[in-house]
Design a protein around this ligand. Structure first.
Ligand code: MSP
Length: 694
């Protein structure tokens, strides 16, 4: 394996999230720019370790909801934290696209499974992009790079004699796509989906899992942290106390054609879980990064999929002679108003609505702060608003406003040097410089909520320090000038340290905070959060808008009490197309106004990646005798090769504009839904290039 090569491929800049040329995305610019700091954490050379984190790959039979967003945001936060430490990180997410469920969902939408999977997978990807998630790879189980590895692993396990052919009869939940034992059922129903399983008999291939039962039990005793928190390790140990049986890992192709055929028997396709779990490994194989990242893999999942990850997966890895993961990190469920929230129960909250309503960083902060990892957490909008008001507006936002306000009044906004530090100053300094070690420990132990609380506790101490040192009184007496300098300097340093530690959770606002401190371009890493005196005296601060405006709780309560559907909490039918409650229309125009627009049919003759912007494509389009260059923000939705030859509609009389150094001579038309999914406007019959659209 060429690790050097793999490295250079992997170290391509992570995709920025703020740039886009399509007007339709402009409304989001504010939100997304919050998550796009211009300065990256510095990479510290000393003690650099490696961190590879995964989310589950999500089923494509429903649009992304808040539960999916939680795991993905959390992995984004944890990966950003490791980047801040200077670690070599890799973050994988993706979609799970095979199996009976997807096949049925596609049928219900009168689409081919592939077209259907393309659609919904695109929704996941664009949702993560709009939430500023910095994944390094997005894997789809229908991609050849994945299927190839699945076939290789299957063949390896088959050759070793651990896969055998046989008959099976049992109770099968079609939603979970797995058999249940009588004991596992609750009132005769699947505990996840609350439906009665079907009795099925099938001739299938079986993976000899039972053979590895004692091996796994011993492993969980040797490595008690392998599955954490402990309650989930105990659950798996309880499963291992009784025979676990063998796992049916194929389905007759005749009945379920939508899957990966077994390499030695094409009449059977691979069971969806056997296929899906391998994604964590296949994504690395394709990039030549197995040696670099696999030994460090950390899976993050919710408790719903503990069994496949805690039981099937380690045994599959063992049978395939691949080292087992470092940790399986299992979290609880988000409940909505104390009720289980899941796509199959239909009470789904859309993450983009919450992000739009509360701001991306505040939404992330709430999710990380209000779930104690491993336990269920309850969610409702007043809870989000209260958390934002208490921690972000009152504690953090206020500290910044008060500090910069006083600095403006007493020192013209210029950072003074600290002179002699007194016990109160030293105490506050200590509270902050001790934090990175504590913060790191809490993060490593999955206590993300407590890690944030430890920073907020220090922030509250800084607010109290203002009350205790009374800078407004020091300002009245010229003899206290040096003392005032020290107090102001101490507060500014405290804010700088807080901004670094909070960076993984509120990257946009933490950047904004440093910008207001006048150090927007200063490099930073976690180690800097434990050092004092890094803001050069003489730095000019740049006060701006409050970081987190207070939310009017009463107005929110009124809004919630009103019967009109609230877009953030509207209940969605499972995978049904969403209908907006009401469309917002623009002001009326006359036919003459419309006539001022020139729209023409064009054919795309080439499509390439923009040289300076990861999210943009540069298209060359032909309209009759003319050809034009168009820069378009559709990269997340279309592969360049798929665009060549497409007939589209171009606004031809739009003033040219330079986008990241390339002139765009017009704009192609596309539709966008509420989830940010794009669809290009095309024609339903052949037309000559240059034909006018009116
Ligand atoms: N496709 C499988 C996973 C295969 S991984 C090799 C699957 N997909 S899923 O779309 O159902 O996603 C399940 C995951 O979504 C959970 O494990 C969790 O990460 C997230 N969540 C779904 N609902 C959730 C809540 N209500 N609360 C918290 N997380 C939730 O299972």
């Amino acid at each position: 394996m060429d690790e050097g090569n793999a490295r250079s491929r992997l170290l391509v800049e992570p995709e920025p999230v703020a740039e886009t040329a399509l007007e339709i995305d402009l409304e989001l610019e504010d939100d997304l720019s919050q998550t796009e700091p211009e300065v990256e954490p510095q990479v510290g050379a000393v003690g650099r370790s490696t961190f590879y984190a995964t989310t589950p790959i999500f089923y494509v039979n429903a649009a992304p909801h808040m539960g999916h967003a939680y795991t993905t945001i959390l992995v984004d936060v944890v990966t950003r934290f490791h980047r801040l430490k200077g670690d070599d990180t890799f973050f994988l997410t993706g979609t799970d696209e095979h199996g009976e469920n997807i096949q049925k969902a596609a049928e219900a939408h009168a689409k081919s499974p592939q077209a259907y999977a393309d659609d919904v997978s695109g929704q996941f990807r664009s949702t993560w992009d709009r939430l500023g998630i910095r994944y390094d790879d997005f894997i789809r189980t229908t991609e050849e790079r994945h299927q190839k590895v699945v076939r290789e692993v299957l063949q390896r396990v088959y050759d070793s004699g651990d896969i055998v052919y046989g008959e099976y009869a049992g109770l099968y939940c079609v939603k979970c796509e797995r058999y249940y034992t009588e004991k596992e059922l609750v009132d005769g129903k699947c505990p996840q989906h609350e439906i009665v399983p079907e009795y099925r008999t099938e001739a299938n291939y079986f993976f000899r899992m039972e053979k590895y039962r004692t091996w796994l039990r011993d492993l969980l005793h040797e490595q008690p942290e392998l599955i954490r928190p402990e309650r989930y390790r105990n659950e798996v140990l309880a499963m291992l106390r009784e025979p676990i049986g063998d796992l049916s890992i194929s389905r007759p192709r005749e009945r379920v054609p939508w899957g990966i055929p077994l390499p030695w028997d094409e009449e059977h396709v691979t069971y969806v879980w056997f296929d899906a779990l391998i994604n964590y490994y296949s994504a690395l194989v394709d990039r030549g990064s197995v040696e670099r990242y696999w030994p460090h893999v950390e899976h993050f999942i919710a408790k719903d999929i503990l069994k496949p990850h805690g039981l099937f997966w380690p045994i599959m890895l063992k049978a395939a002679n691949i080292p087992v993961y470092q940790h399986l990190n299992v979290h609880g469920y988000w409940l909505y108003d104390e009720r289980k929230m899941s796509k199959s129960l239909g009470n789904v909250v859309r993450p983009l609505d919450l992000m739009k309503k509360y701001g991306n960083d505040a939404f992330r902060y709430f999710l990380v702060r209000d779930m104690s990892y491993g336990l269920d957490a309850n969610f409702n909008e007043p809870a989000i608003a209260e958390r934002i008001n208490a921690d972000l507006a009152n504690d953090l936002g206020n500290l910044l406003n008060r500090t910069l306000g006083m600095l403006g009044r007493y020192r013209d906004g210029v950072v003074p040097a600290a002179v002699d530090m007194e016990p109160a100053d030293l105490e506050l300094r200590q509270a902050f410089t001790d934090l990175p070690a504590r913060f790191t420990q809490l993060f490593d132990e999955l206590h993300f909520d407590r890690a944030l609380e430890s920073v907020m506790e220090a922030v509250r101490r800084a607010n109290k320090y203002i009350t205790d040192t009374k800078p407004w009184e020091l300002a009245k007496d010229e003899a206290s000038a040096a003392r005032l300098d020290t107090v102001l300097n101490t507060l500014l340093e405290a804010l700088r340290c807080a901004s670094i530690m909070l960076d993984p959770v509120i990257p946009g606002k933490a950047h904004e905070l440093r910008k207001q401190l006048g150090i927007r371009n200063a490099p930073f890493e976690l180690a800097n959060a434990g050092q004092w005196g890094l803001i050069p005296p003489g730095t000019k601060t740049v006060p701006g808008d409050p970081l987190f405006p207070r939310i009017d709780l009463e107005a929110l309560e009124r809004e919630i009490a009103e019967p009109a559907p609230d877009p953030a909490t509207e209940l969605l039918a499972d995978s049904e197309p969403e209908l907006a409650a009401e469309l917002e229309h623009k002001a009326e125009i006359t036919i003459n106004d419309f006539g001022r627009l020139e729209l023409r049919v064009v054919t795309v003759t080439s499509a390439e990646q923009h040289p300076n912007a990861d999210k943009l494509l540069v298209l060359t389009v032909q309209l009759g005798p003319e050809s034009r260059t168009v820069v378009s923000g559709i990269k997340a939705h279309y592969q360049p090769d798929d665009l060549v030859g497409k007939r589209l509609v171009l606004v031809t009389n739009l003033q040219p504009v330079k986008l990241r150094g390339v002139e765009s001579q017009g704009m192609i038309l596309a539709a966008e839904d509420d989830d940010g999914q794009l669809s290009l406007v095309t024609l339903d019959r052949d037309m000559v290039d240059g034909s006018e659209v009116r």
